[in-house]
Design a protein around this ligand. Structure first.
Ligand code: XIL
Length: 356
């Protein structure tokens, strides 16, 4: 090869390295999720998070998977996927002993296609239960058997295919007392340790989480998780992490003790994750509210990056087009980083800044 060509190649290589380092273009090192096409020269959220040893995820749901513009961004920007509904009890065991994996499998298959991991959600929860559970009384022995079978059948089905499980969801009240679910009332607080042990038996490699909302800040509810986690660790119960849903709302203020809270769980030897992030606001959205929302997204992303063992951030879907908020909190919405037209909002740019 003539030396002038070699020099030019070396210069081109050096220039490329500088551009990569500056985050202007991405290099082969960012691998799996790197698809900088002509229209998309920039690193994705997943790539940016990967540089910090974190993931950046999104929830999704089966009905919206027919929206090609939607799935394109879903497949490109994220490296972790959570099924918003498809793995819940009502979907997976609609009749006692009759299991249906259709919805969950579809999402796992899509995630695999895009080389994304899956945060599986959720095994034990008081909400979205099938009628056959809520419609009758159970003896402790009966319900224990039902719970064990549900957990182990589902976890075995997805064994080797998911990164983690939200084993128990929303176990505590705001004041830190146990939520009086059918499981608590029938089985007592020990149902949580049992659920974790059964899940671990069925898939020893999956990371097992307890997950809840309003536990971002230090307070009675997160204190209850801290105390329980400590007890479970002391009893060698297989618990790997605490999921903080982070369904935030501008009108309630930012959880300023988030970092301290994440840090205390890390000190217990636990992973943490922000698992269902959205930042809702009273509608209509204004530039000012969207700017404040962007600040919150920046801050919560930075909090996770700052704290050892905060493994990643998942938004509860990425676009306002498919957010659960307007249906559940009337008059509120605009909670996600992409708008209803799938255009990135200030929050999207703020997340990028935090990750860059
Ligand atoms: C929500 C889904 O997004 C909705 O589609 C469904 O109608 C209700 O549940 N906390 C959780 C999630 O752990 O499972 C919930 O998901 C949102 C609150």
């Amino acid at each position: 090869m003539p030396s002038t060509v070699r020099t030019r190649l070396r210069l081109a290589g050096a220039l490329a390295a500088v551009l990569v380092a500056a985050g202007i273009v991405t290099g082969p090192a960012a691998q799996a999720h790197e698809r900088p096409g002509p229209g998309n020269p920039r690193a994705t959220l997943a790539e940016l998070a990967h540089r910090h040893g974190r993931y950046f995820g999104s929830a999704t749901d089966n009905p919206e998977l027919t929206d090609a513009a939607y799935t394109k961004i879903l497949g490109r920007e994220f490296d972790m996927i959570t099924p918003g509904n498809g793995m819940k009890w009502y979907a997976t065991e609609p009749q006692q002993g009759v299991f249906d994996w259709t919805a969950g499998d579809e999402i796992v298959a899509l995630a695999r296609e895009h080389r994304q991991k899956v945060r599986a959600h959720t095994l034990v929860w008081h909400s979205q239960l099938p009628d056959w559970i809520t419609g009758r009384e159970w003896t402790p022995d009966e319900l224990r058997a039902v719970l064990k079978k549900h957990i182990q059948t589902e976890v075995r089905h997805y064994r080797g295919k998911v990164y983690s499980w939200d084993v128990v969801n929303e176990a505590f009240n705001e004041d830190g007392t146990y939520r009086e679910t059918v499981f608590y009332k029938t089985l007592g607080p020990g149902y949580i340790a049992d659920a974790l042990r059964w899940a671990h038996e069925a898939d020893p490699k999956a990371k097992l989480y307890l997950n809840d909302y309003n536990i971002e800040a230090v307070g009675p509810k997160s204190d209850a998780y801290y105390a329980l986690a400590k007890e479970l660790k002391a009893g060698r119960v297989p618990l790997d992490g605490i999921g903080l849903q982070a369904h935030l709302a501008l009108q309630y203020g930012y959880p300023t003790t988030l970092q301290d809270n994440l840090r205390r769980f890390a000190r217990l030897g636990l992973d943490t994750a922000l698992t269902e992030v959205d930042v809702r606001m009273p509608l209509p959205a204004t530039d000012e509210k969207l700017a404040q929302q962007a600040d919150w997204y920046r801050d919560l992303t930075e909090a996770c990056l700052t704290v050892r063992r905060c493994v990643g951030v998942t938004v509860w879907d990425y676009t306002d087009k498919y957010s659960w908020i307007p249906a559940v909190f009337p008059g509120q919405g605009a909670a996600l980083p992409w708008d209803e037209q799938l255009a990135p909002k200030p929050a999207y740019r703020a997340i990028r800044e935090a990750l860059s």
